[in-house]
Ligand binder design. Structure first.
Ligand code: SAM
Length: 267
């Protein structure tokens, strides 16, 4: 894969093993409800799940909009969409969800046709977040909401990895993200995309059990693919994290920016 487009290509070309791992990583758990709360999803709404992956959030949204609502689940990866469709069948929610594979970062939907666009951990991968948010604004009915949930990779803390060491791994892995500091940039991007009323919340739930250890380990994988660091350095990084999880001394903090805005009346 070419370094310049790796941030996108690594989501297009995923081997089936990694797809399995992602299913676990993206699993929706009831304790994640505060991430979605500002979206105020209600029965009967039409909602977009932009960058739906294997569809875990789409299923949750389909439950919330009920039988009279509708979910558009959108992604660039065929395998994810196939998986998402299977999960929807399994949960008997297939009728409420429409799946769309897109190539450009644009929604294949009519102007002013949806009540809410939810986008979780995706905007760091699009070519131009402001342009994508403008497209979200286009499909929202006046008074509808956009709700983006994103990390800020500059704020990642992983014990026992020293900041300079984490920084080296992150720098080598940075080709995997188009806008790695998206968390802090979202507010400005939404304002620049024409949303007037923008609210920001930051949620921080430290992981001490190792559930989120896949995040820095995934980052190590990207760093390895970049070829910028000695293999031994990356191996040691991964091993130190695994050892700390085993020893019960590991701690990970990755703040999640929740940025929500109301679509204005057309000007
Ligand atoms: C980190 S995953 C998040 C998946 C899901 N939103 C969740 O939180 O469970 C990123 C997702 O965004 C998708 N993606 C990456 N670039 C995209 C783009 N330009 N447009 C739409 N989806 C994209 C990937 O295929 C992947 O499913």
């Amino acid at each position: 894969m070419k370094a310049e487009t790796y941030y996108r290509d690594h989501w297009l070309d995923i081997d089936p093993d990694r797809i399995e791992a992602y299913e676990e990583m993206f699993r929706w758990r009831p304790e994640m409800a505060p991430l979605l709360a500002p979206a105020e999803i209600s029965e009967g709404q039409t909602v977009v799940d932009y960058g739906c992956g294997p569809g875990m959030l789409s299923l949750e949204l389909a439950q919330r909009v009920g039988p009279s609502g509708h979910v558009h689940a959108v992604d660039i990866n065929d395998l994810f969409l196939e998986r998402a469709e299977l999960h929807a069948d399994g949960e008997k929610l297939r009728e409420r969800i429409e799946f769309h594979r897109i190539e450009k970062d644009r929604l294949p939907l009519e102007d002013a046709s949806v009540d809410c666009v939810v986008c979780k951990n995706v905007l760091e991968y699009v070519d131009d977040p402001e342009e994508t948010l403008r497209d979200f604004r286009r499909v929202l009915r006046p008074g509808g909401r956009v709700h983006a949930i994103d990390s800020d990779w500059g704020m990642l803390v992983v014990e026992p990895i020293e900041p300079e060491r984490l920084r080296c791994i992150f720098d080598a892995a940075s080709m995997a993200y188009k806008t790695p500091l998206i968390g802090r940039k979202l507010f400005g991007c939404m304002r620049a995309a024409g949303f007037d009323e923008v609210k920001v919340k930051v949620l921080v739930g430290p992981d001490t059990k190792g559930r989120a250890a896949a995040i820095p380990l995934n980052m190590a994988k990207y760093a390895r693919e970049s070829g910028q660091l000695p293999e031994a350095e990356i191996d040691q990084f991964a091993q130190d994290i695994k050892d700390a999880v085993e020893a019960g001394t590991y701690l990970l903090v990755l703040p999640q920016f929740l940025v929500t805005a109301i679509a204005p009346e057309p000007r």
